[in-house]
Design a protein around this ligand. Structure first.
Ligand code: NIG
Ligand code: FE
Length: 419
Protein backbone atom coordinates (compact mmCIF):
# COMPACT_ATOMS: atom_id res chain seq x y z
CA UNK A 1 0.00 0.00 0.00
CA UNK A 2 1.50 3.34 -1.05
CA UNK A 3 1.74 6.10 1.53
CA UNK A 4 3.58 8.96 -0.05
CA UNK A 5 3.84 12.71 0.32
CA UNK A 6 5.13 14.98 -2.43
CA UNK A 7 6.59 18.13 -0.92
CA UNK A 8 8.27 21.30 -2.16
CA UNK A 9 6.28 21.83 -5.33
CA UNK A 10 6.88 25.42 -6.39
CA UNK A 11 3.60 25.17 -8.24
CA UNK A 12 1.16 22.32 -7.64
CA UNK A 13 -1.02 22.62 -10.72
CA UNK A 14 -4.15 20.79 -9.53
CA UNK A 15 -6.80 21.68 -12.13
CA UNK A 16 -9.31 21.18 -9.33
CA UNK A 17 -12.74 22.40 -10.30
CA UNK A 18 -16.29 21.46 -11.09
CA UNK A 19 -16.78 18.07 -12.74
CA UNK A 20 -17.17 17.91 -16.50
CA UNK A 21 -15.18 19.12 -19.45
CA UNK A 22 -14.16 22.78 -19.40
CA UNK A 23 -14.88 25.38 -22.02
CA UNK A 24 -14.48 29.11 -22.56
CA UNK A 25 -12.83 31.11 -19.75
CA UNK A 26 -12.93 28.07 -17.42
CA UNK A 27 -10.08 26.60 -19.50
CA UNK A 28 -7.77 29.27 -18.07
CA UNK A 29 -8.17 28.34 -14.46
CA UNK A 30 -5.60 25.80 -13.28
CA UNK A 31 -6.15 26.02 -9.48
CA UNK A 32 -2.44 26.32 -8.71
CA UNK A 33 -1.18 25.98 -5.13
CA UNK A 34 2.13 27.73 -4.46
CA UNK A 35 4.48 25.62 -2.32
CA UNK A 36 1.88 22.88 -2.51
CA UNK A 37 1.98 19.26 -1.43
CA UNK A 38 0.18 16.01 -2.19
CA UNK A 39 -0.58 13.08 0.09
CA UNK A 40 -1.09 9.77 -1.71
CA UNK A 41 -2.53 6.63 -0.06
CA UNK A 42 -3.05 3.33 -1.78
CA UNK A 43 -2.49 4.79 -5.25
CA UNK A 44 -5.04 7.56 -4.82
CA UNK A 45 -4.80 11.17 -3.82
CA UNK A 46 -5.73 11.53 -0.16
CA UNK A 47 -5.08 15.24 0.30
CA UNK A 48 -3.90 18.25 -1.70
CA UNK A 49 -3.00 21.63 -0.23
CA UNK A 50 -0.36 24.04 0.97
CA UNK A 51 2.71 22.22 2.37
CA UNK A 52 2.14 23.31 5.96
CA UNK A 53 -1.35 21.84 5.90
CA UNK A 54 -0.39 18.53 4.28
CA UNK A 55 2.62 18.07 6.59
CA UNK A 56 0.14 17.78 9.45
CA UNK A 57 -1.81 15.00 7.73
CA UNK A 58 0.80 12.24 7.30
CA UNK A 59 2.64 9.92 9.65
CA UNK A 60 6.28 8.99 10.30
CA UNK A 61 5.89 6.02 7.91
CA UNK A 62 4.96 8.21 4.96
CA UNK A 63 7.57 8.12 2.19
CA UNK A 64 8.62 11.66 1.26
CA UNK A 65 9.17 12.65 -2.36
CA UNK A 66 10.97 15.98 -2.53
CA UNK A 67 9.96 17.78 -5.74
CA UNK A 68 12.91 20.10 -5.16
CA UNK A 69 11.03 23.28 -5.97
CA UNK A 70 9.91 21.99 -9.36
CA UNK A 71 6.34 22.04 -10.63
CA UNK A 72 3.87 19.16 -10.40
CA UNK A 73 1.05 18.53 -12.85
CA UNK A 74 -1.49 15.76 -13.41
CA UNK A 75 -0.06 13.33 -15.95
CA UNK A 76 -0.93 14.42 -19.47
CA UNK A 77 -3.68 12.41 -21.14
CA UNK A 78 -2.91 11.96 -24.81
CA UNK A 79 -6.34 11.23 -26.29
CA UNK A 80 -5.28 10.30 -29.85
CA UNK A 81 -2.31 8.04 -30.63
CA UNK A 82 -1.39 5.17 -32.97
CA UNK A 83 1.46 3.62 -30.92
CA UNK A 84 1.71 0.05 -32.30
CA UNK A 85 3.33 -0.23 -35.71
CA UNK A 86 6.43 -1.68 -37.37
CA UNK A 87 9.11 0.29 -39.16
CA UNK A 88 8.84 3.99 -39.72
CA UNK A 89 8.41 6.31 -42.68
CA UNK A 90 11.54 8.44 -42.53
CA UNK A 91 12.07 7.66 -46.24
CA UNK A 92 8.63 9.04 -47.10
CA UNK A 93 9.36 12.04 -44.96
CA UNK A 94 12.36 12.77 -47.15
CA UNK A 95 10.16 12.47 -50.28
CA UNK A 96 7.69 14.90 -48.76
CA UNK A 97 10.47 17.36 -47.98
CA UNK A 98 11.38 17.12 -51.66
CA UNK A 99 7.83 17.99 -52.70
CA UNK A 100 5.65 14.85 -52.79
CA UNK A 101 2.35 15.19 -50.94
CA UNK A 102 0.93 12.85 -48.27
CA UNK A 103 -1.93 11.99 -50.66
CA UNK A 104 0.44 11.27 -53.59
CA UNK A 105 2.55 8.98 -51.45
CA UNK A 106 -0.55 7.13 -50.25
CA UNK A 107 -1.83 6.79 -53.84
CA UNK A 108 1.50 5.23 -54.91
CA UNK A 109 1.23 2.45 -52.32
CA UNK A 110 3.05 4.23 -49.50
CA UNK A 111 1.50 5.83 -46.47
CA UNK A 112 -0.68 3.82 -44.10
CA UNK A 113 -0.62 0.75 -46.38
CA UNK A 114 3.18 0.64 -46.28
CA UNK A 115 3.12 0.53 -42.47
CA UNK A 116 0.38 -2.12 -42.64
CA UNK A 117 2.58 -4.44 -44.73
CA UNK A 118 5.41 -4.22 -42.20
CA UNK A 119 3.11 -4.49 -39.17
CA UNK A 120 1.44 -7.62 -40.52
CA UNK A 121 4.85 -9.28 -40.83
CA UNK A 122 6.06 -8.25 -37.37
CA UNK A 123 5.76 -10.72 -34.51
CA UNK A 124 3.74 -9.86 -31.42
CA UNK A 125 6.98 -9.82 -29.40
CA UNK A 126 8.60 -7.38 -31.78
CA UNK A 127 5.59 -5.06 -31.61
CA UNK A 128 5.58 -5.27 -27.82
CA UNK A 129 9.25 -4.31 -27.63
CA UNK A 130 8.68 -1.35 -29.97
CA UNK A 131 5.61 -0.30 -27.96
CA UNK A 132 7.68 -0.34 -24.76
CA UNK A 133 10.27 1.89 -26.37
CA UNK A 134 7.58 4.40 -27.33
CA UNK A 135 6.01 4.19 -23.85
CA UNK A 136 9.23 5.72 -22.53
CA UNK A 137 8.92 8.57 -25.00
CA UNK A 138 5.41 9.39 -23.75
CA UNK A 139 6.57 9.25 -20.14
CA UNK A 140 9.52 11.57 -20.83
CA UNK A 141 7.04 14.32 -21.67
CA UNK A 142 4.95 13.70 -18.55
CA UNK A 143 2.15 11.66 -20.16
CA UNK A 144 0.50 8.97 -18.02
CA UNK A 145 -2.50 7.88 -20.14
CA UNK A 146 -2.81 7.43 -23.89
CA UNK A 147 -5.71 6.50 -26.10
CA UNK A 148 -4.17 3.84 -28.36
CA UNK A 149 -5.60 2.92 -31.74
CA UNK A 150 -5.10 -0.22 -33.79
CA UNK A 151 -5.27 0.37 -37.54
CA UNK A 152 -2.00 -0.91 -38.99
CA UNK A 153 -3.23 -4.51 -39.30
CA UNK A 154 -6.42 -4.23 -41.39
CA UNK A 155 -7.09 -7.97 -41.25
CA UNK A 156 -8.91 -9.72 -38.41
CA UNK A 157 -5.77 -11.43 -37.07
CA UNK A 158 -3.45 -8.46 -37.48
CA UNK A 159 -5.89 -6.04 -35.83
CA UNK A 160 -6.33 -8.45 -32.92
CA UNK A 161 -2.53 -8.81 -32.69
CA UNK A 162 -2.21 -5.05 -32.30
CA UNK A 163 -5.02 -4.77 -29.74
CA UNK A 164 -3.48 -7.62 -27.74
CA UNK A 165 -0.16 -5.75 -27.80
CA UNK A 166 -1.94 -2.69 -26.40
CA UNK A 167 -3.44 -4.90 -23.69
CA UNK A 168 0.03 -6.20 -22.77
CA UNK A 169 1.50 -2.70 -22.73
CA UNK A 170 -1.28 -1.65 -20.37
CA UNK A 171 -0.50 -4.64 -18.15
CA UNK A 172 3.07 -3.31 -17.75
CA UNK A 173 1.44 -0.60 -15.58
CA UNK A 174 3.89 2.10 -16.64
CA UNK A 175 1.49 4.00 -18.88
CA UNK A 176 -2.29 3.64 -19.02
CA UNK A 177 -3.74 2.68 -22.40
CA UNK A 178 -7.34 3.22 -23.52
CA UNK A 179 -7.75 0.95 -26.57
CA UNK A 180 -9.55 2.01 -29.74
CA UNK A 181 -10.33 -0.22 -32.72
CA UNK A 182 -9.41 1.51 -35.99
CA UNK A 183 -9.91 -1.34 -38.46
CA UNK A 184 -11.29 1.24 -40.90
CA UNK A 185 -8.08 3.26 -41.08
CA UNK A 186 -7.50 2.52 -44.75
CA UNK A 187 -8.58 -0.06 -47.32
CA UNK A 188 -5.81 -2.71 -47.40
CA UNK A 189 -4.04 -3.75 -50.61
CA UNK A 190 -6.08 -6.94 -51.10
CA UNK A 191 -9.39 -5.02 -50.93
CA UNK A 192 -8.46 -2.14 -53.23
CA UNK A 193 -11.52 -1.19 -55.26
CA UNK A 194 -13.72 -3.36 -53.01
CA UNK A 195 -14.48 -1.02 -50.15
CA UNK A 196 -17.91 -2.55 -49.48
CA UNK A 197 -16.38 -5.99 -49.04
CA UNK A 198 -13.82 -4.54 -46.65
CA UNK A 199 -16.52 -2.76 -44.65
CA UNK A 200 -18.36 -6.10 -44.44
CA UNK A 201 -15.20 -7.70 -43.06
CA UNK A 202 -14.87 -4.95 -40.47
CA UNK A 203 -18.49 -5.22 -39.42
CA UNK A 204 -19.04 -8.96 -39.55
CA UNK A 205 -15.66 -10.33 -38.49
CA UNK A 206 -13.46 -7.75 -36.83
CA UNK A 207 -15.90 -5.78 -34.67
CA UNK A 208 -17.62 -8.86 -33.18
CA UNK A 209 -14.23 -10.38 -32.23
CA UNK A 210 -13.01 -7.11 -30.77
CA UNK A 211 -16.18 -6.77 -28.70
CA UNK A 212 -16.24 -10.44 -27.70
CA UNK A 213 -12.65 -10.30 -26.44
CA UNK A 214 -13.25 -6.89 -24.89
CA UNK A 215 -10.25 -5.49 -26.73
CA UNK A 216 -11.43 -1.90 -27.31
CA UNK A 217 -13.50 0.79 -25.63
CA UNK A 218 -13.86 2.97 -28.72
CA UNK A 219 -14.13 2.61 -32.47
CA UNK A 220 -12.57 5.17 -34.81
CA UNK A 221 -12.61 5.56 -38.60
CA UNK A 222 -10.65 7.66 -41.11
CA UNK A 223 -13.61 9.45 -42.69
CA UNK A 224 -12.61 11.15 -45.96
CA UNK A 225 -14.30 10.95 -49.38
CA UNK A 226 -11.34 9.00 -50.85
CA UNK A 227 -10.78 6.72 -47.83
CA UNK A 228 -14.02 5.86 -45.98
CA UNK A 229 -16.86 8.04 -47.30
CA UNK A 230 -19.65 9.06 -44.94
CA UNK A 231 -22.00 6.23 -45.97
CA UNK A 232 -19.45 3.54 -45.11
CA UNK A 233 -18.29 5.35 -42.01
CA UNK A 234 -21.86 5.59 -40.72
CA UNK A 235 -22.37 1.85 -41.24
CA UNK A 236 -19.17 0.94 -39.37
CA UNK A 237 -19.79 3.33 -36.50
CA UNK A 238 -23.40 2.25 -36.03
CA UNK A 239 -22.28 -1.38 -35.88
CA UNK A 240 -19.63 -0.44 -33.31
CA UNK A 241 -22.13 1.43 -31.19
CA UNK A 242 -24.52 -1.52 -31.26
CA UNK A 243 -21.70 -3.59 -29.72
CA UNK A 244 -21.22 -1.07 -26.92
CA UNK A 245 -18.19 0.82 -28.22
CA UNK A 246 -17.83 4.60 -27.93
CA UNK A 247 -17.17 6.56 -31.12
CA UNK A 248 -14.28 8.77 -32.24
CA UNK A 249 -13.63 9.94 -35.82
CA UNK A 250 -10.72 11.18 -37.91
CA UNK A 251 -12.76 14.04 -39.31
CA UNK A 252 -12.19 16.98 -41.66
CA UNK A 253 -8.43 16.44 -41.83
CA UNK A 254 -8.47 17.20 -45.54
CA UNK A 255 -12.14 17.70 -46.52
CA UNK A 256 -14.33 20.48 -45.15
CA UNK A 257 -17.44 19.70 -43.12
CA UNK A 258 -17.40 16.03 -43.92
CA UNK A 259 -16.55 13.68 -41.05
CA UNK A 260 -17.38 16.36 -38.49
CA UNK A 261 -21.00 16.44 -39.60
CA UNK A 262 -21.18 12.67 -39.22
CA UNK A 263 -19.62 12.93 -35.75
CA UNK A 264 -22.34 15.43 -34.84
CA UNK A 265 -25.10 13.27 -36.34
CA UNK A 266 -23.94 10.26 -34.31
CA UNK A 267 -23.16 12.25 -31.13
CA UNK A 268 -19.67 10.74 -31.12
CA UNK A 269 -17.41 11.31 -28.13
CA UNK A 270 -14.87 13.16 -30.28
CA UNK A 271 -14.14 14.51 -33.74
CA UNK A 272 -10.39 14.61 -34.26
CA UNK A 273 -8.21 16.77 -36.58
CA UNK A 274 -10.79 19.33 -37.88
CA UNK A 275 -8.17 21.25 -39.85
CA UNK A 276 -10.66 21.86 -42.68
CA UNK A 277 -13.85 22.46 -40.70
CA UNK A 278 -15.88 25.61 -41.32
CA UNK A 279 -17.79 27.45 -38.56
CA UNK A 280 -20.95 25.55 -39.54
CA UNK A 281 -19.38 22.20 -38.70
CA UNK A 282 -18.00 23.54 -35.42
CA UNK A 283 -21.47 24.77 -34.48
CA UNK A 284 -22.87 21.31 -35.27
CA UNK A 285 -20.25 19.68 -33.00
CA UNK A 286 -21.13 22.10 -30.23
CA UNK A 287 -24.85 21.44 -30.57
CA UNK A 288 -24.25 17.67 -30.48
CA UNK A 289 -21.87 17.71 -27.49
CA UNK A 290 -18.91 16.31 -29.46
CA UNK A 291 -15.43 17.22 -28.18
CA UNK A 292 -12.85 18.41 -30.72
CA UNK A 293 -9.43 16.72 -30.46
CA UNK A 294 -6.80 18.95 -32.06
CA UNK A 295 -3.56 17.48 -33.42
CA UNK A 296 -1.26 20.37 -34.34
CA UNK A 297 1.84 18.14 -34.48
CA UNK A 298 0.44 16.34 -37.53
CA UNK A 299 -0.14 19.67 -39.29
CA UNK A 300 3.41 20.69 -38.43
CA UNK A 301 4.99 17.42 -39.54
CA UNK A 302 3.07 17.40 -42.84
CA UNK A 303 4.54 20.83 -43.50
CA UNK A 304 1.09 22.39 -43.72
CA UNK A 305 -0.03 25.70 -42.28
CA UNK A 306 -3.71 24.79 -42.09
CA UNK A 307 -4.09 24.54 -38.33
CA UNK A 308 -7.52 23.98 -36.75
CA UNK A 309 -9.46 27.04 -35.60
CA UNK A 310 -8.89 26.54 -31.88
CA UNK A 311 -9.76 30.12 -30.88
CA UNK A 312 -13.06 29.94 -32.66
CA UNK A 313 -13.80 26.61 -30.99
CA UNK A 314 -13.02 27.98 -27.54
CA UNK A 315 -15.12 31.07 -28.21
CA UNK A 316 -17.99 28.82 -29.26
CA UNK A 317 -17.74 26.96 -25.96
CA UNK A 318 -16.29 23.71 -27.28
CA UNK A 319 -14.25 21.79 -24.63
CA UNK A 320 -11.11 21.44 -26.74
CA UNK A 321 -8.69 18.51 -26.31
CA UNK A 322 -5.06 18.42 -27.49
CA UNK A 323 -3.22 15.23 -28.44
CA UNK A 324 -0.05 14.14 -30.26
CA UNK A 325 -1.55 11.81 -32.93
CA UNK A 326 1.68 9.82 -32.45
CA UNK A 327 2.03 7.70 -35.63
CA UNK A 328 4.75 6.91 -38.19
CA UNK A 329 3.23 8.90 -41.06
CA UNK A 330 1.84 12.27 -40.08
CA UNK A 331 3.02 12.81 -36.51
CA UNK A 332 6.06 10.96 -35.23
CA UNK A 333 6.15 12.64 -31.83
CA UNK A 334 5.00 11.39 -28.43
CA UNK A 335 5.72 14.72 -26.77
CA UNK A 336 2.82 16.57 -25.17
CA UNK A 337 5.12 19.51 -24.27
CA UNK A 338 5.81 19.89 -28.01
CA UNK A 339 2.06 19.83 -28.68
CA UNK A 340 1.55 22.51 -26.02
CA UNK A 341 4.15 24.64 -27.74
CA UNK A 342 2.44 24.27 -31.13
CA UNK A 343 -0.89 25.03 -29.47
CA UNK A 344 0.56 28.30 -28.23
CA UNK A 345 2.32 29.50 -31.37
CA UNK A 346 0.00 28.08 -34.03
CA UNK A 347 -3.41 27.71 -32.37
CA UNK A 348 -3.02 30.78 -30.13
CA UNK A 349 -4.08 28.83 -27.07
CA UNK A 350 -2.70 30.15 -23.80
CA UNK A 351 -0.49 27.83 -21.75
CA UNK A 352 -3.31 27.41 -19.23
CA UNK A 353 -5.88 26.56 -21.91
CA UNK A 354 -3.59 23.99 -23.47
CA UNK A 355 -2.86 22.32 -20.12
CA UNK A 356 -6.61 22.05 -19.48
CA UNK A 357 -7.04 20.57 -22.97
CA UNK A 358 -4.30 18.00 -22.27
CA UNK A 359 -5.59 16.89 -18.87
CA UNK A 360 -9.17 17.42 -17.63
CA UNK A 361 -10.75 17.77 -21.07
CA UNK A 362 -8.84 14.80 -22.46
CA UNK A 363 -9.90 12.66 -19.48
CA UNK A 364 -13.51 13.60 -20.12
CA UNK A 365 -13.23 12.63 -23.78
CA UNK A 366 -12.13 9.14 -22.67
CA UNK A 367 -14.89 8.75 -20.10
CA UNK A 368 -12.38 8.83 -17.25
CA UNK A 369 -12.83 12.29 -15.76
CA UNK A 370 -13.88 10.75 -12.44
CA UNK A 371 -10.51 8.98 -12.11
CA UNK A 372 -7.80 11.04 -13.79
CA UNK A 373 -7.09 14.49 -15.26
CA UNK A 374 -6.73 16.56 -12.09
CA UNK A 375 -5.06 16.31 -8.71
CA UNK A 376 -8.05 16.06 -6.40
CA UNK A 377 -8.78 13.75 -3.46
CA UNK A 378 -10.11 10.38 -4.56
CA UNK A 379 -8.53 10.43 -8.02
CA UNK A 380 -5.66 8.18 -9.07
CA UNK A 381 -2.26 9.61 -8.18
CA UNK A 382 -1.04 9.98 -11.78
CA UNK A 383 1.28 12.96 -11.84
CA UNK A 384 4.54 14.31 -13.24
CA UNK A 385 7.23 16.44 -11.65
CA UNK A 386 8.46 18.77 -14.40
CA UNK A 387 11.83 20.42 -14.28
CA UNK A 388 10.47 24.01 -14.49
CA UNK A 389 9.76 26.92 -12.17
CA UNK A 390 6.46 27.91 -13.77
CA UNK A 391 3.85 26.05 -15.84
CA UNK A 392 4.24 28.56 -18.69
CA UNK A 393 7.74 27.20 -19.28
CA UNK A 394 6.21 23.95 -20.61
CA UNK A 395 5.25 25.44 -24.01
CA UNK A 396 7.94 28.13 -23.83
CA UNK A 397 11.08 25.93 -23.78
CA UNK A 398 10.07 24.00 -26.88
CA UNK A 399 11.54 20.77 -28.18
CA UNK A 400 12.36 19.64 -24.66
CA UNK A 401 10.66 16.84 -22.73
CA UNK A 402 10.65 18.25 -19.24
CA UNK A 403 9.53 15.39 -16.98
CA UNK A 404 11.94 14.81 -14.09
CA UNK A 405 9.85 11.98 -12.60
CA UNK A 406 6.47 10.44 -13.40
CA UNK A 407 4.13 8.54 -11.06
CA UNK A 408 1.30 6.21 -11.97
CA UNK A 409 -1.13 5.42 -9.13
CA UNK A 410 1.51 6.67 -6.71
CA UNK A 411 4.29 4.47 -8.13
CA UNK A 412 7.35 5.98 -9.78
CA UNK A 413 7.35 4.73 -13.40
CA UNK A 414 9.88 7.09 -14.92
CA UNK A 415 12.85 9.09 -13.75
CA UNK A 416 14.98 11.13 -16.12
CA UNK A 417 18.46 9.71 -16.50
CA UNK A 418 21.01 11.69 -14.52
CA UNK A 419 18.41 13.37 -12.25
O1 NIG B 1 -4.22 10.73 -37.79
N1 NIG B 1 -5.15 10.30 -41.03
C1 NIG B 1 -5.10 9.15 -40.69
N2 NIG B 1 -4.37 8.60 -39.74
C2 NIG B 1 -3.18 9.19 -39.18
C3 NIG B 1 -2.02 9.04 -40.07
C4 NIG B 1 -1.58 7.65 -40.14
C5 NIG B 1 -0.38 7.41 -41.01
O2 NIG B 1 -0.03 8.21 -41.89
O3 NIG B 1 0.21 6.33 -40.79
C6 NIG B 1 -3.44 10.60 -38.72
O4 NIG B 1 -2.89 11.59 -39.22
FE1 FE C 1 -4.67 9.84 -36.09
Amino acid sequence: MTDLAVLHCRQLVTLAGPPGARSGPAMRSLAIIADGALHVCDGRIAAVGPRAEIERSFSADTEIVDAGGRIVLPGFIDAHTHPVFAGNRAGEFERRVEGATYAEIAASGGGIRATVRLTREASADWLLAAGRRYADWFLAGGTTTIEAKSGYGLSPDAEIKILNTIRQLNADARLRYVPTFLGAHEVPDEYLGRIRDYVDLVIHEMLPRVAEENLAEYCDIFCEPNVFPVEQARTVLRAARALGLGLRLHADQFSADYGALLAAELHAATADHLESSTPAALAALHAAGVQPVLLPASVYHLGSTRYPAARRMIDLGLPVVLATDFNPGSSPTASMPMVLSLAATQLKMTPAESITAATVNAAHSLGRAHKIGSLEPGKLADFAIHDCDDYRELPYFFGRDSAHAVYLAGRCVYRRAGD
